[in-house]
Design a protein around this ligand. Structure first.
Ligand SMILES: *Cc1c(COP(=O)(O)O)cnc(C)c1O
Length: 511
């Protein structure tokens, strides 16, 4: 392992891409080779029968060259992934206060249920008669989602929050076209919104009209009314919003948008703060995605899989996509095609993420209605506990007011210290924490968005707050080096994330 002047391991000694790359036994491996770089291609890790290939049967499409899959034994393969997993920060290793992402504990009971063969080992193309239990499970989850939101329909197929936004906005587009209002070309989006909101609108060909947050971090109904006209298709509003605040004028905003002939898409990613307490349907929403992977604790991070079912109002229900589950008596069927209907069609190949569905329903059933309400109370209580403890040193972005499930600070407490929000976040890694969300929402300078979730104990929160205060006081005392050098203990230090995003190396070529 190479060390630079700070004693930090570097990637400079990246071993060759030759096969059988040496596996170094350092405590933390900064440089785990790719799977393709370990092991040879001549052998397989398992014994397979020699198979007589019948050329005619494959119609001339049989492979002529080697497949070049790495041949590893089970322990070699397992160790590769276990070593990689040790490079990761995870919710199972410590508090993960990533605002807006709801990184809560994933109860192991849910994992057990998701592994039941009747859910885990089925295939989407199996005869419907052989997966009645799975369909019933999906149907029951759908009922819970409609019950919790007081809405009329739900599409289970979206695979993530952003995908749910697309689904809901496609339903809105279809509804407008059915009313002869297809010319409406503008979507209102508050400037504190998650980037997926304007991206969804733009993807569907809409122009985005931005609505500013007021000095309290929420949207004024007056600002919305000023932006409404005959060209507005919808508003996409997050509630509670990404500043961690409940939108107090949400009902007035819904009424104003409806009066102007538009629809109300609610970004429900923050449903964790209000579930069991507030039904979004009662607030006048027409469509809202629910991030099962946030609110209902299915494992996430690192790109999926997630699930983003979309609940729909009565007005939008006819436009929901196929497929959907239909129950007649005790018989469940999957409706894959509908003729002469307003459905906007098929959104994805299959019916959704069954592993996420199973875990979410297990979470709901094990909590019950009262437990789900308690989750929301505890999530809000924990965030406010962190707020009150940290605000003695940290600067609140929108003044001394109660927050919902997450608390937003800005960087004004770091002014003149030479320490940026990024430096501060990197120093948190050395203390064993995953950093909070930084520089989001964009409406606040150097934003630090902290979401502890309900699953952290007071003891953990106290430890976290003690360390955060110690770091902040150290920055204010002028100990800039601690921050600029951080992270010292992570296997990799400051990566050029922009370069990695703009020029990703996604392909391995055999040397
Ligand atoms: C997480 C999130 C999304 C997107 O959800 P994905 O499942 O990551 O696609 C959208 N809006 C808000 C406010 C979010 O927090």
């Amino acid at each position: 392992m190479n060390m630079n002047s700070t004693g930090r391991p570097t990637r400079a000694d990246k071993t060759s891409s030759s096969k059988n790359a040496e596996i170094k036994s350092a405590a933390l491996l900064p440089d785990e080779p790719l799977l393709f770089e370990i092991g040879g291609y001549e052998h397989s890790g398992v014994d397979l029968f020699e198979v007589e290939i019948n050329d005619e049967f494959l119609g001339g499409f049989e492979r002529k060259t080697s497949l070049d899959l790495p041949g590893l034994s089970e322990p070699e393969c397992l160790r590769h992934y276990v070593r990689l997993s040790r490079l990761n920060m995870s919710i199972d290793a410590g508090i993960y206060p990533l605002g807006s992402c709801t990184m809560k504990h994933n109860p192991r009971l849910n994992e057990k249920i998701a592994r039941l063969a009747g859910f885990a080992d089925i295939h989407p193309l199996q005869p419907v008669s052989s997966v009645q239990g799975a369909l019933e499970m999906i149907d029951e989850l759908a009922l819970w989602l409609m019950e919790l939101t007081n809405t009329s329909a739900v599409s289970m197929s979206p695979k993530a929050g952003a995908h749910g936004e697309l689904c809901g906005m496609m339903a809105i587009k279809a509804a407008l076209e059915a009313k002869g209002q297809g010319h409406r070309s503008i979507v209102l989006v508050p400037d504190s919104a998650h980037g997926t909101n304007p991206a969804t609108a733009a993807f569907l060909g809409y122009k985005v009209r931005s609505i500013p947050a007021n000095k309290n971090g929420v949207v004024d109904v007056e600002a919305v009314i000023a932006a409404l006209d005959d060209d507005v298709a919808a508003i996409m509003l997050t509630n509670p919003n990404t500043c961690g605040l409940f939108e107090p004028d949400v009902i007035k905003i819904a009424d104003a948008v409806h009066d102007a002939g538009g629809y109300f898409y609610c970004d429900g990613a923050n449903f964790n703060a209000i579930m069991g307490l507030v039904c979004p349907g009662d607030l006048g929403i027409d469509a809202m995605h629910i991030n099962l992977h946030k609110t209902f604790s299915t494992p996430h991070g690192g790109g999926g899989p997630g699930a983003g079912p979309v609940v729909l109002s009565k007005a939008l229900a006819p436009f929901a996509p196929v497929p959907f589950v239909k129950k007649s008596g005790s018989d469940l069927s999957l409706i894959e095609h509908v003729n002469d209907s307003d459905s906007f069609g098929r959104l994805t190949a299959f019916h959704g993420q069954i592993g996420m569905f199973t875990r979410s329903l297990a979470f709901m059933l094990s909590h019950g209605k009262d437990g789900i309400t308690q989750v929301a109370y505890d999530a809000v209580l924990n965030a406010n506990y962190v707020r009150v403890r940290l605000q003695k040193v940290f600067s609140l972005a929108f003044g001394d007011q109660a927050c919902m499930h997450e608390v937003l600070f800005d960087d004004s407490f770091l002014k003149g210290t030479g320490v940026s929000t990024l430096d501060f976040a990197k120093a948190m890694i050395d203390e064993g924490f995953h950093p909070m969300t930084m520089y989001f929402p964009l409406v606040v300078s150097g934003a630090m968005l902290i979401e502890p979730t309900e699953s952290e104990s007071k003891k953990t929160l106290d430890y976290f707050c003690d360390k955060m205060l110690e770091l902040a006081n150290d920055a204010i005392a002028g100990n800039v080096d601690r921050f600029k050098q951080a992270p010292k203990y992570a296997p990799l230090a400051r990566l050029d994330e922009t370069l990695a995003a703009r020029q990703p190396k996604l392909k391995w070529t055999k040397s």
